[in-house]
Structures are given as C-alpha cells and as structure tokens.
Design a protein around this ligand. Structure first.
Ligand code: TXA
Ligand code: MG
Length: 534
C-alpha cells in the first residue's frame, strides 16, 4: 500500500476523514504522541490497526472524541468522569468506563470497558470532527518500540502499512496520556502522564495501580494490558543507573572512555563533562525530559551504540511518567554505581510509623541511616551547617546553636524560605548519608535510608526501591499528640503542609499500610526484603 502524506489543510483533513469512513487507517498528531486512527465503530478497522502495528489483539485501543459529552454515545459515564473532564479535557487524560454496544469488542481487546480520551491538539480535533465518529487509536508505532512524537517517526515504523499520515509537527507533551480507571470513588492511575497525581488529586481522590512499577510476572495480566514488560524500547539494551549524580557521571565518563560509541542519556547540565558521539542530553526540567525521551530512544536504533546507560530522573510531577517509560524501556534493568549494596528508601507522613518500620529493617540486618538524626548531628554548635544557616536565617541561630522550633516557625508559612532551607540542608544531609552508606557497605547486605523528604531531596534516584509508610489520618494525629506531647490542633497544623497518604501510594514503588499491628508490619517488611533484596 502507498501511504499518503497529508498536511493540516481543510482539503487534506477531508481526505483523511474519507479514508476513515471507508474503513482505512490514518496516523494523526495529538498533544501527547501520534495516534494510528481507525473508525471506532468498525471492528474491521480495529483489526487493521492491530495488524499494522503488529500488536496483540488483546491489548485494547483508546477511543478519541472531540468533546466529553460525546462519551455518552459510547460509554456509561459517571460523576467523577465529568468532574475530571471539566478540569482536564481536552487534554492528555484517558478515562476507562464501561462500554456501550456500539463499540465492538475488537476495539477493547475483548473487555467490557473502553478507554476514552479527548485530545487537545487542534489537528486531532479537526480530524475527529471531520470524521463524525469516535476514532480508535493506539500510538502510531510498531508494537514495543517508542511512541512516535513526529511524522518522521511514524513514517519510519508504518510507511506502506497504513493509508495516510497527517503531519502536524512535533508533539508537545511527548509521552502518552495519563490513564485512569474509577474504583470506590477514586481515580486509579494505570499509566502516569502529563496530568499528574497532584493535578488529579486536587479534584478527586487518587491511587495508583499497584502493579505500575512492577516487573509483571508471567501469570498476571496488568490492568492496562499495554503496560507490559519491555516496551518503548530501542533495539539495544538500556540500563538505568542509580547513585549520586557525581557517581553516575563518573561511571558514564569511564564507559565512554572505554568505548566512545556507548549510548548515554544524561542531563543538559552535564554537557561540558560528558561527551561522545551517542550522548543524548535530557533537558533539566521534567517537561523537557518528557518531550525528548522518545526521540532520544528512537535515535539509538540508527546509531552504532552497543548499549545505552541512562540517568534515573526524579519522579516529581510529570517526572513520574518519564521514570515509568524509562524503566520499561530498560526492561527494569538497573545498575547501582558508587555503592555496592542495595538501598531502600523509606518515606511517608509523620506519625505513619516510619521509625517503627526502620527498626524492623534494622532487626532484619539492614544498616539504617535516619536523615532526621543525621540532620541533628550536623547541627552541632558551630558546625558548618549551623554557620550557613546563621547567614540565611539569622534570627533562628542563637549562640552558635540552631533553634529548630524558631526555624520551623520561619519556614512554615513561607514557601520561598522553606525551599531555601531545603536547598541548604538536603545536600549536606545526603552527603553525610552517602558517607555512612559507603562505610557500611562491607559489613551489611543492604541499607535503609529513612527520609521524610526523600522525593523532594532527589534521593529517590539513588534507591533500589522507595517504600512509603502510610496510616489513616486519625491514627497519625493520635500518634503525634502522644509521642510529642502536643495538642491535636498543633499536630493537625504540623501535618497540614505534608503530602497526603495517596501521594505516597502513587509515587512509591510499594507502600506499607500501618494499621497498628506489629505482626502485619513485620510481614510487610519481610515481603519487601524478599522482593528487592532477595
Ligand atoms: O496519549 C495517548 O494515550 C496516545 C494517543 C495516540 O492518544 N495513545 C496511546 O495508545 O498511548 P496506546 O494504545 O499506545 O496505549 C493505550 C493503553 C494500553 O496500555 C492499553 O492496554 C490501555 O491503554 N487500555 C486501553 N483500553 C483499556 C481498557 N479498557 N482497560 C484498561 N486499559 C486499557
Ligand atoms: Mg503505545
């Protein structure tokens, strides 16, 4: 088949719509990635899509609409759907709903549910409207390879296999939409994307599908069947490096010294230090990283790189989606550099029982570094950190000693001051933690770093796994009042600015629900050790 190349003109959009009406396939741009579209009401079109992509037919397609109310025709909507649609649609959010009969099962991989998305890209919208029907579309790549973010990427994969490609330039977001389903009045994230946990949870309660970061085993079918083992991957092996940035940089330089063709994905800010013919520089901001990742991964297919080493991007905001796609591209292959033992990061809200969990890990033979204790130890009278804090927060340092409640008071209501404090403290705390880990690596089989600010400090990028300890609000408040001898009001105000439990349930590799019984906690810790330490 000869693939037609179309532009964003009225005439070409009309041609594209005709192709769809006749049961053909058209690749089109969206704000996330290019989609491979067919008529969502036509089972034969769906079959053609699977064939063109080489995709297993049990992996369902997303249907694309031009407005949220069109969903009524194809699915059974609910209140949460409209609450989220009002806020985020059109945009990079896909919601799963029970399907109506007009959607053939060929589109949904045999499921009784259908994924619904309303893209914001003007060309996608014009195209869908011209078709006058829902457009079923997966990403327009050969199954398993990185999703296409330009018409050239689509051409490389699907030229001659589909009827037409509408060229709409480069996709702005660069990673596929956030996918959620609804369960028990919550949105459950099945695939992270540009509509982040923070954004969703401002509207509805949010959880993450538990298997999101897991290497799926052979027997369980992931909730979103497309989130399988190796995906988004170039043909050469990708390994994610974990460790301090300095250690990662020196590992990359050494690898390039041995073989200048080594593929390396580092940061723009490393440009002066890391040089090689197959080096890709991720922008330092997470949006830029999302926008470039797939193009970089695709680039390695045309290079002579024997393998690719990548940095581990921090998981904040859309960074979670970048992290998720890289993990899959690497087929979960990670390598620790600079340290010879695995590190489990432990985080969660105050009063959730982090220290109790850390103590269980210690009894199971872990070396434990407690960041709060490290911070205390760095605040000795006249220490370098104390001097630095004196410069920035003079009223909180008296007689060469930091008055922690006074410091807390200053930063509590002033975000800029809090950021400044964190900038100063995180770096020195982590340096001390790394020093302690290094001195423990010979004697211990693994280490645990207890850090309430684990994600904020960026230490998540150095951990084998990040575990969140969660407990319901009442239990936590009760614990804080008893432990610290403070009033309920004071305890409440202290936790007001912290992430809620669901933040940790979305961002951590695994969470421990601390309901109060020690037996249960010990059981959870043993599970974690078995899974991540072996
Ligand atoms: O940004 C996007 O979502 C892009 C553009 C083209 O819209 N589309 C996209 O489609 O990424 P695709 O097919 O590559 O990924 C769709 C994912 C797959 O992981 C699939 O398993 C999941 O959505 N999915 C689709 N329908 C589902 C359903 N009914 N239940 C659970 N997961 C579903
Ligand atoms: Mg895809």
């Amino acid at each position: 088949m000869k693939t037609k190349y179309l532009e964003n003109t009225e005439k070409d959009i009309k041609t594209a719509a005709e192709i769809i009406k006749n049961g053909g396939l058209v690749a089109f741009p969206t704000e996330t990635v290019y989609g491979l579209g067919g008529d969502a009401e036509n089972a034969a079109s769906a079959e053609k899509i699977y064939a063109a992509k080489g995709r297993p037919s049990d992996n369902p397609l997303i249907i694309h609409l031009s407005k949220a109310s069109d969903a009524e025709k194809y699915a059974y909507t609910n209140e949460l759907f409209y609450m989220l649609a009002d806020r985020f649609c059109p945009g990079p959010l896909t919601m799963i709903l029970p399907k109506k009969d007009v959607i053939p099962k060929a589109v949904t991989g045999g499921l009784d549910t259908v994924a619904v998305r309303i893209p914001s890209h003007p060309v996608a919208r014009a195209f869908i409207e011209a078709c006058g029907t829902a457009i079923a579309a997966p990403s327009a790549n050969i199954s398993g390879s990185p999703s296409p973010t330009s018409a050239a990427h689509v051409k490389a994969d699907l030229d001659g296999r589909i009827d037409a490609i509408i060229d709409g330039g480069i996709c702005g977001v660069g990673l596929e939409s956030t996918i959620i389903k609804f369960k028990d009045g919550r949105a459950v994230i099945l695939r992270p994307g540009a509509v982040t946990e923070e954004m969703l949870s401002a509207v509805v309660p949010v959880r993450r599908d538990l298997a999101l970061f897991d290497k799926p085993d052979e027997n369980t079918r992931p909730e979103a069947p497309g989130m399988k083992y190796r995906h988004y991957a170039p043909k050469v092996p990708v390994t994610m490096l974990k460790g301090s940035h300095a250690d990662v940089v020196s590992f990359m330089k050494e690898a390039l010294g041995k073989d200048n063709a080594t593929g390396v994905i580092c940061y723009e800010s490393d440009r002066d230090e890391i040089k090689g013919r197959n080096v890709s520089y991720l922008p330092d901001d997470p949006e830029g990283q999302a926008g470039n990742l797939f193009a970089f991964l695709r680039g390695y297919d045309e290079s002579d790189a024997p393998c690719v080493y990548s940095v581990t991007p921090p998981r904040t905001g859309i960074g979670l989606a970048v992290y998720n796609r890289l993990t899959k591209a690497a087929g979960f292959s990670v390598r620790h550099v600079g340290l010879n033992i695995p590190v489990i990061g432990l985080t969660g809200q105050s009063g959730s029982g982090k220290s109790t969990v850390a103590a269980i890990f210690a009894r199971r033979g872990a070396f434990v570094a407690d960041c709060d204790e490290v911070y205390h130890s760095l605040l000795k009278r006249g220490s370098p950190l104390t001097k630095e804090l004196k410069k920035r927060f003079p009223s909180a340092v008296k007689n060469g000693k930091v008055d922690r409640p006074a410091l807390a008071e200053i930063v509590f209501s002033d975000k800029a001051k809090l950021d400044e404090l964190n900038k100063v403290t995180h770096g020195v705390i982590l340096d001390e933690v790394r020093k302690r880990l290094r001195s423990a690596e010979k004697e211990y089989k693994f280490a645990v770093v207890d850090a309430s600010q684990l994600f904020e400090s960026g230490f998540d990028t150095e951990c084998t796994a990040v575990i969140g300890v969660c407990a319901d609000d009442e239990t936590r408040i009760k614990r804080i009042t008893e432990r610290d001898g403070i009033s309920r009001e004071k305890a409440l105000s202290r936790t007001k600015n912290q992430h809620n439990g669901d933040f940790f349930r979305v961002y951590c590799d695994m969470t421990v629900e601390n309901t109060g019984t020690l037996d249960k906690l010990e059981e959870s810790v043993d599970k974690i050790i078995k899974k991540y330490i072996g």
